[in-house]
Design a protein around this ligand. Structure first.
Ligand code: GLY
Length: 290
């Protein structure tokens, strides 16, 4: 099996002066995940490593630098799923540096979605990196929130999909949600089938975009279902986004890997940052437009 990794930095408008930061961040995420795969790590370990890089980068709407909710707070959702159908998720957590790692700890414990205080207690008890909730607020986000500026360049959500050398697939997604979202709102990213899906027999997917549009069309599972009959992931990804656009309003994107290691992605926003790597390539490919 050819190990393959793809990451996204969110579907939305990316201003020209943010293109380089999106390229750098997505490339670094792929390299972190790729190093795990080269070291013999699993698909889930590679997904976690890649998403941790994006969560630590203020360029992206996940953990540090995430968009602020109605109360001016960073409130985070994340989930991870393996192709064995094992999964873990957190939602509406604060003061957690790497929600994807907490989701993974939950998955390795027993599959469930933990929210808010219960998730934060689990994070502390399992030794996750905690911080003051204010420590995740980036200056740029705070200034925009105070001025009530319309934010046009926050790529919405980050994600990663991996096929490892033993043919195991995994997907992960992490987000700060939507700008000025109501405190306690949870979008698609932590919801299996919507923000992510993985099935070793077919493929794996991570999505990005407006949760209120993604949830009713179950976007990640819809994209996986379009892979049946050996359809190429690029075509399946486009069909999933077209299906969303035909049924609901809203911007969305998705990245896919099938069980042969073929990749695909599609979006209906102006931009989506994407980077990928496999053993046939000598360096990471990275884009903010397809
Ligand atoms: N896709 C992120 C959200 O809607 O919360």
């Amino acid at each position: 099996m050819i190990p393959t990794i793809i990451v996204h930095g969110g579907a939305k408008t990316i201003k020209d002066d943010k293109v380089a930061a999106n390229h750098t961040g997505c490339t670094a995420a792929v390299e972190a995940g790729w190093a795990v795969l080269l070291g013999g790590g699993t698909a889930a370990e590679a997904v976690e490593a890649a998403i941790r890089v994006l969560e630590a980068d203020q360029t992206f709407n996940a953990a540090l630098g995430a968009t602020l909710n109605s109360d001016g707070e960073v409130e985070l959702d994340a989930a991870i799923m393996e192709g064995s159908l094992n999964w873990g998720a957190v939602a509406a957590v604060q003061g957690v540096r790497h929600p994807i790692s907490v989701a993974r700890k939950i998955m390795d414990d027993k599959p469930r979605l933990l929210v808010a205080r219960g998730a934060e207690r689990f994070a502390v008890d399992s030794g996750a990196e905690m911080c003051k909730k204010e420590d995740l607020i980036a200056e740029e986000q705070w200034q925009q929130w105070k001025k009530d500026e319309k934010v046009i360049d926050r790529p919405n959500t980050v994600g990663c999909v991996v096929l490892d050398a033993s043919g195991i697939l995994a997907a992960g997604t992490s987000t700060g949600g939507t700008t000025k979202q109501q405190q306690g709102r949870v979008g698609d990213s932590a919801v299996i089938g919507c923000g992510l899906y993985a099935d070793n027999k077919i493929g794996a997917c991570s999505t990005t975009g407006d949760g209120e549009s993604i949830i009713p069309v179950v976007l990640a599972k819809t994209a996986i279902d379009f892979l049946v009959g050996d359809r190429h992931p690029d075509e399946a990804a486009q069909m999933a986004i077209d299906a969303l656009a035909s049924k609901v309003k809203g911007e969305a994107g998705c990245i896919l890997i099938d069980n042969q290691g073929r990749i695909g992605w599609a979006y209906n926003s102006q931009n989506m940052a994407v980077a990928y790597m496999n053993t046939d390539m000598d360096r990471t490919a990275v884009f903010t437009r397809k």
